[in-house]
Design a protein around this ligand. Structure first.
Ligand code: GDP
Length: 472
């Protein structure tokens, strides 16, 4: 698949070319150097092998335990469309609820922090939606500490609510529920809690472990209390960071501004970022020329769990790219050059994800404990039946987890969840959307389509026993 993408030909053409060489290969199989060269030549390409050993090894500075200081939690809001994500974030941003600082944050920014009267802070990632969350995670960036899942009390727990819950759970991020729109006449928060309970998400007032609060994002009711609960959850996580080293963190968003050049919003995750530092992010680098906080005020330094808008990069890195501070410009240039070269040569960022074929091999060498599956199907009944049977295949060595199941075609969001969670996507009587298929090919996500439950179970079982015959 990777070779097909690089040469811009169909995967089937590569497979049949291999067949003519007497090789029966699957879509995700690695070809050896010799085969690669022969196959590529058939399509008029000459293969040149480059070393993938790039100077990625940006050394991590060790932290002394005494340098680790408490840091604010980083929070994302997720939920079904129209349930109030934007309203909640806007309310918090514009009022800075608790401290009531004059002139709240008026501009849109991908991340901002608010402080409470007692000085405690919360950093919000304002890229609402589990798609953004999981897309970042698929790029290796786990930024969020806590997810607020918002559900409108005049509606129901909806498909995207369930997706959001599953995406947060797959990332191991604790959830706090915000039951919104309680000002509305038809609102029934208890009904939402009951629906959550039916999904095994029991809220605290019902004796469960999930914190939840009834709010009105529109009228500002209950938001202070909601944030208190978020902070309580954060306390249990004992979040710490070392401010006393070179900064590193994640790019939240970037754009090209006519007057100012490339402008990136980033989140410092450890260390302290200072004006003048040389940073690299993705394929770009530069001196930090100026930094601004979310109130558009000039700042000279930014510490852990704090966002900043920076000027000075020579390009726009992608959301989810990591940034690091380098010793000198030469080093920064050399690393970003290599990254750029590699990206160009590969055409696309390709990362090998788990496939069913790979499972048997990994089991044989004994390094496989969990198999994550995403199950999509045409009707609820068959999804339940299939998921139950698949979970029952778990053995002492391998635990099967269904990290998400839902009715509907296989979507882009399913693929990015699979990429972030090393999962295989199982489709029963459904197919991937065109975009989902494209992304799955690029990211090498294994999608298995079935129309008979028995086939699905048998194939997963065979894979677990290391007996799966290569798929052609
Ligand atoms: P999002 O799609 O989740 O970002 O939802 P929005 O924040 O855009 O909200 C969708 C609609 O619900 C908008 O018309 C909001 O004004 C409305 N809305 C959001 N929160 C509340 C609330 O607490 N009460 C009422 N009555 N309306 C709300």
């Amino acid at each position: 698949a990777e070779l097909a993408t690089m040469m811009n030909v169909g995967v089937n053409e590569i497979i049949s070319s291999c067949m003519s060489l007497g090789l029966f290969v699957s879509i995700n199989q690695r070809l050896d150097a010799e085969t690669l060269a022969v196959v590529a030549e058939e399509f008029g390409y000459k293969v040149e092998f480059v070393s993938v050993e790039i100077a990625e090894a940006i050394e991590e500075e060790e932290d002394n335990p005494e340098d680790l200081k408490p840091r604010p939690p980083i929070v994302t809001v997720m939920g079904h469309v129209d349930h109030g994500k934007t309203s909640l974030l806007d309310h918090i941003r514009s009022t800075n609820v608790i401290a009531g600082e004059a002139g709240g944050i008026t501009q849109h920014i991908g991340a901002y922090h608010v402080s409470l009267e007692d000085g405690r802070m919360i950093t919000f990632l304002d890229t609402p939606g589990h798609e953004a969350f999981t897309a970042m995670r698929a790029r290796g960036a786990q930024v969020t500490d806590i997810a607020i899942i918002i559900v409108a009390a005049d509606d129901n727990v909806m498909p995207q609510t369930i997706e959001a819950i599953n995406h947060a759970s797959a990332a191991g991020v604790p959830i706090v529920f915000a039951i919104n729109k309680i000002d509305k006449p038809g609102a029934n928060p208890e009904k939402i809690k009951e629906e959550l309970a039916n999904m095994n998400y029991l809220v605290e007032e019902w004796g469960g472990k999930y914190q939840s609060h009834d709010i009105s994002a529109k009228n500002g009711i209950g938001i202070e209390e909601l944030l208190e609960k978020v902070l309580l959850e954060a306390e249990m996580l004992e979040l710490k960071a070392n401010a006393d080293k070179k900064a590193q963190g994640t790019i939240i968003e970037s754009e090209l501004d006519r007057g100012r050049g490339y402008v990136s919003t980033l989140l410092v995750q450890s260390g302290t970022l200072r004006v003048g530092d040389i940073i690299i992010a993705g394929q770009y680098y530069g001196h930090v020329k100026a930094m601004f906080n979310e109130r558009n005020q000039n700042v000279k330094e930014v510490g852990p769990a704090q966002p900043a808008i920076i000027l000075g990069l020579n390009g726009a890195p992608q959301a989810g790219d990591k940034f690091n501070v380098m010793e000198n410009e030469r080093e920064a240039r050399s690393i970003t050059n290599k990254r750029e070269q590699l990206a160009r040569e590969q055409g696309l960022r390709t990362q090998k994800h788990i496939t069913l074929d790979e499972i048997g091999r990994r089991i044989a060498i004994g390094n496989f404990q969990e198999l994550n599956l995403i199950v999509k199907g045409d009707v609820d009944g068959s999804i339940e039946a299939l998921s139950d049977s698949l979970i029952k295949l778990s053995t002492e060595e391998i635990q099967i987890n269904i990290i998400h199941k839902a009715v509907g075609q296989i979507s882009e969001s399913d693929i990015s969840l699979a990429a972030a969670s090393e999962a295989i996507v199982v489709g029963f009587q459904v197919r991937p959307s065109l975009n989902a298929r494209k992304i799955a090919e690029r990211e090498q996500i294994d999608i298995r389509l079935y129309s008979i439950i028995y086939d699905a179970i048998n194939e997963i079982k065979a894979a677990m026993e290391g007996m799966l015959s290569p798929e052609i």
